[in-house]
Design a protein around this ligand. Structure first.
Ligand code: IVH
Length: 675
């Protein structure tokens, strides 16, 4: 038996080695046939001795039974997103901002690489073996997609140190982007269309849809791939630079986009490479929607730290949207959840940057008239990342004279109510609160991913629920019963039960998601999370005044007005109460763990040598403390830099504890390590 065990282990090691050569280094040493023989030999031995099968064996990529639902995975370090910049100026500003923050004008070295248009995942390796893989989710909690990730052949089930490389750490959390190549995406869609299945809108949706499969056998048939671009937690020694980290990840068997990562010593160099990548964009076999600019030195990254949603040390340089021309077959009007009427152009299907576009927005009547867009026109269409495609301009030289002008209707196409325009606004709105089209759009929003996330509440089902009168407002969803659903067309017991379960599960949510789901005007996902963070509960938020709301740096008068008016509306309050009565609830987020400096107030005088004031302030607030500009009754510490001013005397007179810069740094160090 020992002999068999050894033989199996040797085969696994060999296969892993050749996997790495083939998938990661793109440099195979043996033929496919030789590889297949090794694999078959291992499979046969394992079949004869099933007790010797381990989860990290190369044969175990598609072993799992379909799951009922995805379980949750908490990301120990949050998975953040990136701040966007759209031009050269944004890159130069970014560089200047970092220098100011660090209080140091020395050049910063950057690593620049393509931004892959896929979906972010986290892979956890424990003792060198892949233990858990998850989606980004809301950044804090994602979905457990381990069986699905295992089907991706470029994801190693076990990390393999190449000789001479650094040892594989006991714990490694790797982050990367799962994506589908453009050719594979088209091939998949062709097959789906032949089978009468709906096509995926773009490679990213195809990748996401393939990864979020309860049955990993489906995922296994989809051509997914991964690029790793960062880490979460890691045990053992760290690295000096991002580029070193990437090289080491590759040495351990993880797939990285090494040939396209370039170190740039200045912001000008960064801009040049970003533009180069943009020009080469269509030559990549996968979609890239920008370049990611990262500070190369990891010690600097650590000093720069994070903002609420994104690291301070990185910037996404977004590319210009891609354009194509097509013909408008007809124009019609869509009613959104706020009643806004949007003219939509139905196009001859056209591919724009790898995505088939059939409709494009014309925004509103004014825009449509300004661009003089007519039915039958040949137009330029553009698509940028996530946003809805839009008509950029008419190619007037293609006019035949048979084009037809479109006039916005004076009645809502869905409910027939008169539409009107508010003073100073360009948008026409249907003001009928019971308009089915508005209800449709708000229910879809309510059930959407970043909102209550009710799986299975698709377009057709929502339409049926409204038509049958089963749902008149979102709260009605929580009173649906099995017998109601079974009366609907094409609704069997199994899918009804699944839907009811999804609705039930959505009740446990977060305040931020719930606020976003309510569809308050100007309150998107980001603002909703700011509001939730600041007010903590619904009572406090609904009682907030415009001034209190505008205390949040990113909240302006428009948002403040909209929030106050939402919560003062009688009908909204009634609906809210019904939702809460139905059992929607959330936990109050735990107070930040790092409370060492909680409520301690710091004041600075003189110039700090090791860090800028901004950085010092950031680090204090991260540990729960406050910074004030003058010494007063509440001051706990005065930090004294070079050439202190009169604050020093004032602090001494008041008996405030005085810290030298060294003492202050030691205090920060001590606290941030003592998590
Ligand atoms: S670094 C803190 N590098 O873009 C986030 N992200 O818009 C660090 N993405 O959520 C991310 N390619 O999913 C990084 N080369 C790359 C990337 C990349 C794609 C995604 C990632 C992130 C999103 C932000």
């Amino acid at each position: 038996m020992e002999e068999v065990r050894e033989k199996i282990e040797t085969l696994r090691e060999l296969i892993r080695y050749h996997n790495h050569r083939y998938y990661v280094l793109d440099d195979p040493e043996i033929s496919d046939a030789e590889y297949d023989r090794l694999f078959q030999e291992l499979a046969a031995l394992e079949k004869a001795h099933p007790h010797l099968i381990t989860p990290d064996s190369p044969t175990q990529r598609v072993g799992a039974e379909p799951q009922e639902t995805f379980s949750e995975v908490v990301h120990h370090l949050p998975m953040l997103s990136l701040e966007n910049g759209f031009n050269e100026g944004a890159v130069l500003d970014f560089d200047a901002r970092l220098k100011r923050f660090l209080g140091d004008e020395s050049p910063i070295e950057y690593a620049v690489e393509p931004k892959i248009d896929g979906l972010a995942v986290e892979l956890v390796y424990e003792g060198g073996a892949l233990s858990v893989a998850s989606t980004r989710g809301d950044g804090r909690v994602g979905e457990n997609i381990t069986p699905n990730i295992k089907t991706i052949l470029t994801v190693p089930l076990r990390l393999t140190p190449l000789s001479g490389g650094p040892p594989v750490p006991d714990l490694l959390e790797v982050r990367g982007e799962v994506y589908m190549e453009i050719d594979d995406f088209h091939r998949l869609n062709r097959i789906r269309e032949e089978r009468g299945l709906p096509a995926f809108a773009n490679p990213r949706n195809a990748a996401a849809g393939s990864l979020r499969q309860l049955d990993a056998r489906v995922t296994a048939k989809r051509p997914l791939n991964i690029f790793c671009y960062g880490i979460g937690r890691m045990s053992g020694d760290g690295f000096e630079t991002y580029v070193q980290l990437i090289h080491t990840l590759q040495a351990w068997g993880l797939r990285v986009n090494r040939p396209h990562i370039r170190v740039c010593p200045s912001p000008e160099e960064v801009v040049r490479y970003c533009k180069e990548l943009e020009e080469r964009r269509s030559g990549f076999p996968y979609e890239i929607d920008g370049a990611v600019i990262k500070v190369n030195r990891l010690a600097l990254q650590a000093r720069l730290g994070n903002k609420s949603r994104s690291p301070r040390w990185a910037l996404a340089f977004k590319f210009q949207p891609v354009q194509a021309s097509s013909v408008i077959r007809k124009i019609d009007v869509q009613v959104g959840r706020t009643g806004a009427l949007t003219p939509v152009a139905h196009l001859e299907p056209v591919e724009v940057g790898g995505v088939l576009v059939k409709r494009a927005t014309l925004h509103n009547q004014e825009e449509m008239e300004r661009k003089d867009v007519r039915e039958g026109d040949t137009v330029l269409v553009q698509r940028a990342g996530d946003v809805i495609p839009e008509v950029v301009k008419v190619i007037t030289s293609r006019r035949t004279g048979r084009e037809k002008r479109f006039r916005m209707p004076d009645r809502c196409p869905a409910c027939g109510a008169a539409v009107s325009r508010k003073e100073g606004e360009v948008v026409l709105r249907c003001r009928n609160r019971d308009c089915p089209a508005q209800l449709h759009a708000s229910l879809r929003h309510f059930a959407g991913k970043g909102a209550m996330d009710i799986d299975g509440l698709g377009e057709k089902l929502v339409a049926q629920l409204i038509e049958t009168g089963l749902v008149r407002e979102a709260a009605d969803l929580y009173h649906l019963r099995m017998e109601d659903l079974l009366k609907l067309e094409r609704m069997a017991e199994k899918s009804a039960a699944k839907l009811l379960r999804a609705i039930e599960e959505s009740k446990k949510t977060t305040l931020a998601r719930f606020l976003y789901a309510l569809g308050i005007r100007h309150v998107g996902e980001h603002v909703a999370s700011l509001l939730a963070e600041r007010f903590g509960d619904l009572e406090a938020l609904s009682a907030a005044t415009e001034e209190e709301l505008m205390d949040i740096p990113e909240v302006g008068p428009q948002i403040a007005e909209s929030v106050v008016s939402f919560f003062s509306d009688e009908d909204n309050r009634r609906h809210l109460q019904r939702l809460l009565d139905a059992g929607i609830s959330w936990e109050r987020p735990a107070p930040p763990e790092r409370t060492a400096l909680r409520d301690k107030t710091f004041v600075f005088t003189g110039t700090l040598q090791g860090m800028s004031r901004t950085e010092a302030k950031e680090r204090i607030t991260a540990l729960g403390g406050r910074v004030s500009s003058s010494v007063g009754g509440k001051t706990d510490y005065l930090v004294v830099g070079q050439d202190p001013g009169s604050k020093l005397q004032k602090a001494r007179a008041r008996g405030v504890t005085i810290l030298s810069e060294e003492e202050f740094s030691a205090m920060l160090e001590g606290e941030s390590h003592g998590e």
